[in-house]
Write a new protein. Sequence first.
Length: 145
Amino acid sequence: MLDDRYFMQQALREAHKAFENGEVPVGAVVVVNERIITRAHNLTETLNDVTAHAEMQAITAAANVLGGKYLTDCTLYVTVEPCPMCAGALRWAQISRVVYGASDEKRGYTQISPYLLHPKTTVTSGVLADDCADLMKLFFARFRK
């Protein structure tokens, strides 16, 4: 049986892709029945689009795979706590579960409102948090001097 750590490792792989392309290293995967249906990472620089966060890319791709806008049987694994924009989109998508690694004490949704997600969405935080946070720290030390 695959667990949260396994799927977060997959999200971290996506974050590394973002890192290699000069993007803020956030990665995400959407899982249904222990199967990854989408993989995504930040593309804000590549697409010149402030909304091209990993979560937004993952939501859109998952909706396309499933053929509908609701992700009620899905879990999103994301390396960093979603921002308020992404939390709002996850609310509209009615995602069942969100699992994130590192908290974002400056821009995370819980800093604005812990109620942004759908009331039925469950949240697990801190999965591989140190690995996720270390990648972010490395990025900002290297790319944002």
